[in-house]
Design a protein around this ligand. Structure first.
Ligand SMILES: Cc1cc2nc3c(=O)[nH]c(=O)nc-3n(C[C@H](O)[C@H](O)[C@H](O)COP(=O)(O)OP(=O)(O)OC[C@H]3O[C@@H](n4cnc5c(N)ncnc54)[C@H](O)[C@@H]3O)c2cc1C
Length: 570
């Protein structure tokens, strides 16, 4: 039930307060309110996001951020690894959080990623095998928008078909599909992978997406569908920017302070049992630091009384790096024409509005793949392999039937063969910079901050160039557009630093560690160390970044967290 009058906050009692109605927070609020005797208040800084076309139409995700009403509109600090550029750092603002603005690619990650979580936290319940039930529980694997025959495009045995969030395959064929798959037969370094969500990610396969019948499926449209949001024991307050958590009694942080809408008066509300922070990898450490939970000497310098000295808060920010690359092709059957021809695009949008079919039901990335450096790569002579294990990639390769970005000149057509660095060794931070809790924090993802990261990116581009030279693409690709495959190491590095950005996957800023470890922010049960009444459930808790697009991890962790919280009720 959406609370219309903020004065009602005083009249109601809440067992739990969940801060942030994003990907993870909504899952927790949904699962806890399955028990009608449990009352939950879900607080979201943004609005409802209902009926926003750029959110609903899959292809339009490309313009849903940055600099929009459903984005926090953050900017990073100047990034040394990007030649000093500061870049936009989108985060979803409003119901669904980042799941309402993301690009919908759905990848769980590698078996080794989760097994590493189990290893570093000393808690085997975070292992892949123990999380598979939650992977299936969240997922309703469904037919694609065009109802095409999906045999041979995924492995049904690894999926869930009765969950809440829809996962499907892309729903419109593209002109490059058969060529990309043909290359997996031609070049051994690019194997075919029937289902990258099986635990073994390595290889190239069909992209799985959170799209239901041609429309985005976010945590807001799935876990907050009418039958859930209308539960009498689930109370949702929109436009509620949480400023701090406060100790209700010494050490028990069950009180939340917030401002509502444009009213600057700070309100407080107290949970009977627990507060769950699900404000994401930027929001959660920001709230903690304003609350005096963080590096005590840093907070003192800033003028905030430290209440709990947890120096890991806001540290360990880890993100993936994306570089879009294109090649000229001799076809007109690409997205480039609709990108520059308003009439054609209008027809596609009309088709989507009529039937939720057509090219706009797709998202960028007709196929994706996950690849590793060779075991004898020279970088491993001096540095440890940063990947979690053999099922996890060092870099991703993403294909699209045309060039992404602004319209291209008349008569030009492209294929994109892009790359992401998915085993980064760089670590950055999120820190507050002012005592004003409404001020944006400093965000330093430290993209391409290490020699290992630039090495992996260079080799990823070289792999893309080898892909582009495969027999099935030889007559299709005319020449390079973005970078010359003959570039030297130095030229490639210069090109990468000048053109890379984020894949929007920040994690790790309130990381889990073993109970009693002298670092980290939460224990393996996601309870904040050294306090009571406060848990964190969002991607800030990940100690390492999975080699995958990260939304699936948010759903999986939140499903398990809900069970942890329920078990603690008794
Ligand atoms: C543009 C973009 C594209 C992406 N593409 C993909 C993709 O294709 N595939 C994929 O897997 N992942 C993708 N991601 C990443 C993925 O969406 C996120 O990793 C994931 O959704 C994060 O979940 P979360 O629960 O940690 O945080 P979020 O979903 O961001 O939720 C945090 C919520 O907390 C709210 N909040 C924050 N601070 C406060 C406060 N002080 N008070 C009240 N509320 C607050 C926010 O408004 C938000 O609703 C993308 C992300 C973006 C931004």
């Amino acid at each position: 039930t959406v609370i219309d009058d903020v004065a009602d906050l005083n009249k109601l009692k809440f067992d739990y307060i969940v801060v942030g109605a994003g990907t993870s927070g909504v899952v927790v609020a949904n699962r806890l309110t399955e028990n009608k005797d449990i009352s939950v208040l879900l607080l979201e800084a943004g609005g409802s996001n209902a009926d926003v076309l750029d959110i609903e139409v899959p292809w339009l995700c490309l313009i849903a951020t940055p600099d929009t009403a459903q984005d926090w509109n953050f900017t990073t600090t100047a990034q040394p690894g990007l030649n000093g550029r500061a870049i936009a750092y989108p985060r979803g603002f409003g119901l669904g959080g980042s799941s309402a603005v993301n690009y919908m690619i759905y990848t769980r990650g590698a078996r080794d990623d989760f097994d590493r979580f189990a290893r570093v936290t000393g808690d085997n319940s975070w292992s892949w095998d123990n999380l598979v039930p939650y992977m299936k529980k969240t997922e309703r694997f469904s037919p694609p928008a065009d109802r095409h025959n999906t045999t041979g495009q995924f492995d049904p045995s690894v999926h869930g078909f009765n969950g809440i969030n829809t996962v499907s395959l892309q729903g419109f064929p593209t002109g490059i599909d058969s060529r990309v798959f043909a290359v997996t037969d031609e070049l051994a370094e690019f194997p075919f992978n029937l289902d990258m969500n099986s635990g073994n990610t390595i290889g190239i396969g069909s992209t799985q997406v959170t799209i239901k019948d041609g429309v985005r499926s976010s945590s807001a449209t799935s876990y907050l569908a009418p039958e859930f949001i209308n539960r009498p024991n689930l109370h949702v307050l929109l436009n509620a920017h949480v400023t701090r958590v406060l100790p209700a009694t010494t050490g028990s942080f069950r009180t939340v302070e917030l401002v509502h809408g444009s009213n600057v008066t700070r309100l407080t509300v107290t949970a009977g049992k627990e507060v769950v922070l699900s404000a994401g990898s930027i929001g959660t450490p920001t709230i903690l630091q304003h609350s005096g939970i963080g590096n005590a000497s840093f907070l003192t310098q800033l003028g905030i009384s430290p209440l709990v000295d947890l120096p890991s808060v806001g540290q360990n920010l880890t993100d993936h790096v994306l570089l879009l690359d294109s090649w000229f092709v001799n076809s007109t059957d690409t997205i480039d024409e609709a990108n520059r021809n308003a009439t054609l695009f209008g027809e596609q949008l009309a088709q989507w509005e009529d039937t939720h079919t057509g090219p706009l039901v797709n998202v960028a990335g007709s196929q994706i793949g996950w690849l590793r450096l060779p075991a004898n790569a020279s970088i491993f002579e001096r540095f440890e392999d940063p990947a979690s294990g053999p099922t996890a990639a060092h870099f991703e390769i993403l294909f699209e039937n045309g060039k992404l970005g602004p319209p291209t000149p008349e008569g030009t057509s492209y294929i994109s063969i892009s790359n992401a660095l998915v085993a980064p060794t760089s670590r950055g931070f999120v820190t507050i910079n002012s005592t004003d809790p409404l001020a944006a924090p400093l965000i330093h993802p430290n993209l391409l901050g290490t020699e290992v990261d630039i090495f992996i990116m260079r080799e990823a581009l070289r792999a893309s160039a080898r892909f582009a030279a495969a027999p099935s693409l030889k007559d299709y690709i005319i020449t390079f557009d973005s970078f010359d495959p003959a570039f030297t190491d130095a030229q490639l590095e210069e090109y990468i630093r000048a053109n890379s950005g984020t894949v929007f996957h920040p994690v790790g800023t309130a990381a889990m560690s073993a109970k009693g470890a002298g670092f980290g922010v939460v224990d393996p049960d996601l309870a904040v160390k050294e306090v009571s009444g406060l848990r964190i459930v969002d991607l800030s808790v990940l100690p390492f970044i999975p080699a995958a697009h990260t939304q699936a991890a948010a759903y999986i962790i939140a499903e398990r967290a809900a069970d942890i919280i329920k078990a603690a009720q008794c």
